[in-house]
Write a protein that binds this ligand. Structure first.
Ligand code: ADP
Length: 601
């Protein structure tokens, strides 16, 4: 990789100077170190003081209450901060400030911009009370770097990969294996994206693991199951490519030390086809760890906290990308570009623009899933497909966005509405169960389970720790806690236990997840509703992962793989196919981008 650098005072410098000058409490930041010049906390009048500053995503508002010379409350709101980073800083820094009675506390790593903005906002609210807070030279330097100067840097590589989730990392490793000079850009401070959240496994047919375990399966059946699951609106050619290359993808995972030998059944698959890690760990975190190691082993360059903003086109060909970090504006020249930015399930504005009915729906998505790749590709002339096809996950706790895994229903839990009645076959596909929930009064439901189930599933402890589980010693107490009619809930439970005993659910025709009844107290409930889970639509590609225009022409040099693309999953993605998608098409993108680079020489 070739690089050239230039320091550049940007317009931000002037803006920062104005901002600091306007905030008496933070004048210490503008000079070299700690030097309180005004009143102290002890001298401040009782009251609540407010101030607003600019954070990473939008306004940060601080509200500081002073009583008898002590900060008794610090409230910070910053709704636009990146969930899991800036948002965590918003939640955690005020407590630290209260404990220290100072703004000078450790910021949150990975969220420097938000942390500094929170310190600024609180210091400026204190300034309203005439309090000048002391800050260290280190904080001053950090803020100065954040606001004052940006460097311009130009890089030259063979292939730039945008996004370090499963698809991007697979593509990068493959391209590096083909001898290319590869740079990966990731806007978050960590790799993994939504891929980290995959819990099930990877669908693949005619694999050596299936053969060794005498499991009969065919590529054709994999294609038909995927088409059926996707309501037949998937792009059959892409689905065929997915299925035909899946066994080879499993071999490739073996070769990089990420075997998936445990084969089992999963929803929508005719045969045992979902491949998972031997030790039962979540497939997403398992693969992300392996990919990360392989990237390091192969020496692939990776820039974290660096967001791609625009594709560079030259004579209609993709020729690189513009990107930015907190300190640097990059111009990256590349012979080929691979888009692997994931979906847009964390971008409410974007998904409601396609599906206004989803306004206010919570999301299970990683914070980076904001559809940047879709926007950049569209600006470069790419066609988009199936943008309205958004998968809801039916069991998401709405205050925390915690997704209650399908295993809870699979192991025997039921869903009841506020009246205490079941309303659907809980084992139906995600779209059917979600739609049924939305038809209930209030558009929510409760997932109900018992102590046996809790003992059997480690995941429940995570939910209990998060404080989302209601516990009761018997059914009637549970009904009381949930505000339901106890007689109705008791009847529902009795009917269900009878259905399990007879292995016949006359009401809703459920015939799986019925190995155990719900009869061992205490009883538990989690209030849930649907949450955005997967965006099936995206950039249109062909089976070579070339990005296509509306007219069906490939945009030379531009490739895309993973959730940023549309067409593979149609109207509904079946479990196990997201991981198949990223590994199969990630590899194809890496191979074809490399071949394209070779052809340029
Ligand atoms: P996939 O499953 O298709 O690989 P993921 O959600 O796992 O999708 O990964 C996509 C990655 O791309 C995430 O880590 C996300 O933070 C990253 N990303 C999204 N937009 C950008 C961007 N503009 N620049 C750099 N990285 C991005």
């Amino acid at each position: 990789m070739k690089r050239s650098k230039r320091k550049n005072c940007t317009a931000l410098f002037a803006a920062a100077a104005v901002m600091l000058a306007a905030i008496p409490g933070m004048q210490a930041f503008a000079s070299s170190g700690a030097q309180p010049a005004g009143g102290t906390l002890a001298e401040a009048a009782d009251g609540t003081y407010t101030s607003t500053t600019q954070g990473f995503g939008g306004d940060i508002i601080a509200e500081v209450t002073i009583e008898n010379g002590v900060m008794t409350d610090v409230k910070v709101t910053g709704d636009s901060e990146t969930p899991e980073l800036g948002a965590v800083a918003v939640a955690e820094l005020p407590e630290k400030m209260l404990a220290a009675q100072s703004v000078e506390v450790d910021g949150m790593s990975g969220a420097t911009i938000s942390s500094n903005a929170i310190k600024l906002a609180v210091a400026s609210a204190l300034a309203e009370a005439g309090v000048e807070m002391e800050v260290s030279a280190e904080s001053a330097a950090s803020l100065a770097e954040q606001t004052a100067e940006k460097t311009e840097e130009t890089l030259d590589v063979d292939i730039v990969v945008i996004g370090a989730g499963g698809a991007g990392m697979t593509a990068a490793i493959t391209a590096k294996q083909a001898g290319k000079d590869v740079l990966v850009l990731e806007k978050m401070p960590y790799v993994g994206g939504n891929t980290t959240k995959a819990t099930g496994g990877m669908n693949a047919a005619e694999t050596h693991y299936q053969k060794e375990q005498n499991i009969e399966d065919t590529v054709e059946q994999f294609v038909e199951d995927t088409m059926e699951g996707g309501h037949q609106i998937n792009n059959r050619e892409l689905v065929t490519t997915l299925a035909e290359n899946s066994a080879d993808a499993i071999d490739w995972l073996d070769s990089i030390g990420a075997p998936l030998p445990k084969v089992s059944f999963s929803g929508g698959a005719t045969n045992a086809r979902i491949h998972a890690p031997e030790d039962g760990s979540g497939v997403g975190t398992y693969l992300v760890e392996a990919f990360k190691k392989e990237l390091e082993n192969q020496g692939v360059s990776l820039l974290l906290e660096t967001k791609a903003t625009e594709l560079i086109l030259e004579n209609g060909r993709a020729a690189g990308v513009k990107a930015e970090s907190a300190t640097t504006d990059y111009t990256i020249h590349a012979k080929a570009v691979i888009l692997a930015t994931g979906g847009f399930g964390a971008n409410e504005d974007m998904y409601t623009s396609y599906r206004p009915d989803l306004k206010g729906t919570v999301t299970t998505n990683a914070p980076g899933a904001t559809g940047d790749g879709v926007v950049m590709a569209e600006a470069a002339g790419a066609a988009l497909v199936d943008m309205k096809e958004i998968q809801l996950h039916p069991t998401v706790e709405q205050n925390t966005s915690i997704m209650v895994t399908e295993s809870v229903r699979g192991d025997g839990a039921i869903l009841v509405n506020q009246s205490g009645r079941r309303f659907v076959n809980e084992m139906e596909t995600r779209d059917v169960v979600s739609a049924a929930e939305l038809e209930q009064d209030g558009a929510y439901a409760y997932i109900i389970f018992d102590q046996r189930l809790r003992d059997n599933l480690k995941a429940i402890e995570k939910y209990a720790d998060a404080g989302i589980v209601t516990e009761a010693k018997d059914v009637s107490e549970l009904a009381e806690q949930l505000g339901m009619d106890a007689a109705v809930l008791q009847e529902t439970m009795d009917n269900w236990n009878k259905a399990v005993a007879e292995q016949k659910d006359e009401e809703f025709g459920r015939d799986t997840g019925m190995d155990h009844d719900l009869s061992s107290a205490p009883y538990y409930a989690i209030r849930i509703a649907p949450g955005i889970h997967h965006t099936m639509g995206g950039v249109r590609i062909d089976t070579d992962t070339e990005v296509l225009t509306e007219e069906g022409n490939a945009i030379a040099g531009l490739f895309a793989a993973g959730e940023v693309t549309g067409g593979v999953h149609g109207g509904n993605r079946i479990g196990g196919n997201a991981v198949a998608d990223i590994v199969v098409f990630g590899r194809i993108a890496g191979q074809n981008a490399s071949a394209y680079v070779d052809a340029q020489k």
